[in-house]
Write a protein that binds this ligand. Structure first.
Ligand code: COA
Length: 192
């Protein structure tokens, strides 16, 4: 690890956006989060397997809480402020000064621009954390929805990497992935 990178970068426990409250996942989120993570078709472009029951979701949340404390993944529940409902989760995977963003929005909350709003907010927050020099994301090369969201949020496409990752809901073969990078606010033209 780069010696200048703090081992446990400090992300805020809560982030408020225009319509959402992002906050640390809690065990009580299990049923709402299961709704976001249960459909293999919806999650075909997610690396991890769909959850078969709330027990899978509970294990997922427990792991997420442990990893928050360990400092290598900062994952938030996305709460629709007006009603208090949980729409999904968004996380930053951390290592060596890089933050890779990943998100799941429950199907019934799709097309509300929740992914836009949360991704923009978490990208900005990540760059405010000391030691983070690169905010990025990858998605399956055919994931046009994620690509649209990331481009709209200011990410710049860097290319397609062949056979980069396996996607549990698509089978055992490694899939081509699109890499995108969010320029630092003070350095917008670097890769543009
Ligand atoms: C990808 C995902 C996070 C998007 O969440 P969302 O809140 O519905 O996204 P938004 O409403 O913010 O934006 C959707 C964008 O995709 C576009 N879009 C929607 N369906 C589309 C389609 N079939 N083809 C192309 N673009 C599409 C919309 O036009 C919109 O872009 P625009 O507002 O610039 O026009 C959500 O579908 C999801 O959770 N999918 C399953 C998990 C997943 O794949 N996560 C990403 C892993 S990298």
């Amino acid at each position: 690890m780069n010696p200048k990178t703090p081992p446990n970068p400090e992300f805020p426990e809560r982030i408020a956006t225009e319509r959402l409250d992002l906050r640390r996942l809690a065990l009580a989120d299990v049923d709402a989060l299961f709704e976001a993570y249960e459909d293999p078709e919806h999650l075909r472009f997610l690396g991890s397997a769909a959850h078969r029951s709330p027990a899978d979701t509970l294990r997922y949340i427990e792991d997420s809480i442990a990893r928050w404390d360990a400092g290598d993944r900062k994952e938030y529940a996305m709460v629709w402020r007006e009603t208090g409902e949980i729409c999904g989760s968004i996380g930053a995977f951390l290592g060596n000064g890089r933050a890779s963003l990943g998100i799941v929005v429950a199907p019934r909350w799709g097309r509300h621009r929740i992914a836009h709003e949360a991704t923009r907010a978490l990208g900005a927050v990540a760059y405010a954390v000391p030691g983070i020099f690169r905010v990025w994301a990858f998605c399956h090369a055919s994931n046009e929805v994620s690509r649209a969201v990331l481009l709209r949020c200011g990410f710049i496409e860097e290319g397609v990497i062949r056979a980069w990752a396996r996607f549990a809901n698509l089978g055992p073969d490694a899939q081509d992935c699109r890499f995108l990078w969010l320029p630092k606010p003070e350095d917008p033209g670097r890769h543009g």
